[in-house]
Design a protein around this ligand. Structure first.
Ligand SMILES: O=c1ccn([C@@H]2O[C@H](COP(=O)(O)OP(=O)(O)O)[C@@H](O)[C@H]2O)c(=O)[nH]1
Ligand SMILES: O=C(O)[C@@H](COP(=O)(O)O)O[C@H]1O[C@H](CO)[C@@H](O)[C@H](O)[C@H]1O
Length: 302
C-alpha cells in the first residue's frame, strides 16, 4: 500500500471497536441517528435484522426504517411486526417514478428520515450482530469523519470464508487500479456503513448496486482519506446470490466506478450464457447505470 494509505489504515481502522452504547449516547450531543434497512423480498430475514436494532431505539437510535423496494412477499408485514417503520418507495418523492435498485431506496431514505447520522444495514443478514450499529457510529460520534465502512469475515454458504466475490474480483482490482488511495478499504462494497447526512445529501446516488462504490468514491473525492473510517464488525453472513446475478451487479458497479473516475462508459445489455438441455444459449440482461441527483438539489414536487 502507498505510505499515505498505510498511515490512514493505521489511524482510521478500528480492529476491535469497543465503544459502549452509554458512551456513544453521551457523545450524541443533540445529534440524531436513523437506521435504514433497504429490503427487496427479504421476508425470511428482515424481522431478525429489525429485532437486533430495535433495542437501541429511544437511546442510541432515534428512528428505525425499512425502505421497501417493491417487495412482493411478506417483507412489509414482517418488518412492521418486528417494530420498524416501513416506507415504500412510492411513499416519498411520489412524483418520481421509482428506478429499480438498491441505491434508489437508499436515496429515497434520505427523504424519509431525519437523522443527522444514518446507518445502513442490509435486510438479508443472517444471525445479525447487535454490535454492528454502535461500532459503525463510533467514529462518527467521536471524530470528524463522514463515512464509516464495516468490514468482516464473509462466509459463503457453508464455507467459513469466500464471500464478497464481487469485492475481491471486481471492486478491489478496480479501486487498486483507478484509485489506489482506496486500496486500504477492506470492504468497499459492504452494505453495512454509516455516514453523515450532510455528506449523503450532497452527492448523487447510483440507483442500482453501484451505490456503495459510488458513495465511497465521492466521499474520497470530497474529503480525502481523512473523511473515511472503517470498523471491524466480526462476521457477516447474508443470502448469497448466484454468479449470474453477481455478473449483473458487477456491471452496475463497474459502470458507476468508471464513470466516477472519469471513464465514460455506457454499458449495454450484459449477455450471459445458460445451459438449456445440451445447449448453451445467450441470456441478455439490461444493466441500468443511472444516478439520482444529490438530495439537497431535489425540490419539493415541481
Ligand atoms: O433492488 C434492490 C436490490 C437489493 N435491495 C436490498 O439491498 C440489500 C443488498 O442487496 P443484495 O442482498 O441483493 O446484495 P448482496 O448482498 O447479495 O450483494 C438487501 O437488503 C436487499 O434486499 C433493495 O432494497 N432493492
Ligand atoms: O461484496 C460483494 O462482493 C457482494 C456479494 O457478496 P457475496 O459474494 O454474495 O458474499 O455483496 C456486496 O455488494 C453489493 C453491491 O455493492 C452491496 O449492495 C451488498 O450490500 C454487499 O453485500
Amino acid at each position: 500500500m502507498l505510505p499515505s494509505v498505510e498511515r490512514w489504515f493505521a489511524s482510521h481502522t478500528w480492529q476491535q471497536p469497543s465503544w459502549s452504547v452509554e458512551e456513544l449516547v453521551a457523545l450524541k450531543r443533540g445529534r440524531t441517528v436513523s437506521v435504514v434497512l433497504p429490503a427487496l423480498n427479504e421476508e425470511a430475514t428482515v424481522g431478525d435484522v429489525v429485532s437486533v436494532v430495535k433495542p437501541f431505539v429511544g437511546s442510541l437510535v432515534d428512528e428505525l426504517v425499512v425502505m421497501d423496494s417493491g417487495s412482493v412477499d411478506e417483507t412489509v408485514v414482517r418488518a412492521r411486526a418486528a417494530g420498524a417503520r416501513v416506507v415504500l418507495r412510492t411513499d416519498v418523492l411520489p412524483w418520481l417514478e421509482p428506478l429499480p435498485g438498491k441505491g434508489e431506496v437508499l436515496w429515497r431514505s434520505l427523504a424519509a428520515t431525519s437523522g443527522d447520522l444514518i446507518v445502513f444495514l442490509d435486510s438479508d443478514l443472517v444471525d445479525p450482530d447487535p454490535a454492528f450499529v454502535p461500532a459503525l457510529l463510533g467514529p462518527l460520534l467521536t471524530g470528524d469523519v463522514h463515512l464509516v465502512k464495516g468490514f468482516y469475515r464473509r462466509p459463503l454458504r457453508l464455507e467459513s470464508s469466500g464471500g464478497g466475490r464481487v469485492t475481491e474480483l471486481v471492486a478491489r482490482p478496480l479501486l487498486n487500479t483507478l484509485r489506489p488511495e482506496l486500496s486500504g478499504v477492506v470492504q468497499p462494497l459492504g452494505g453495512e456503513y454509516a455516514a453523515t447526512r450532510s455528506f449523503l445529501e450532497s452527492v448523487p446516488f447510483a440507483a442500482g448496486y453501484g451505490v456503495e462504490i459510488g458513495l465511497l468514491l465521492d466521499a474520497h473525492r470530497r474529503y480525502g482519506l481523512s473523511g473515511l473510517a472503517q470498523v471491524n464488525l466480526g462476521v457477516r453472513k447474508h443470502r448469497n446470490r448466484s454468479l449470474l446475478q453477481l455478473g449483473v451487479m458487477s456491471s452496475q458497479i463497474m459502470g458507476t466506478a468508471l464513470a466516477r473516475c472519469g471513464v465514460a462508459v455506457s454499458p449495454g445489455p450484459l449477455t450471459q450464457f445458460v445451459q438449456v438441455s445440451d445447449e448453451w444459449l445467450p441470456d441478455s440482461t439490461d444493466v441500468l447505470v443511472a444516478d439520482r441527483p444529490p438530495m439537497m438539489h431535489v425540490v419539493e414536487q415541481p
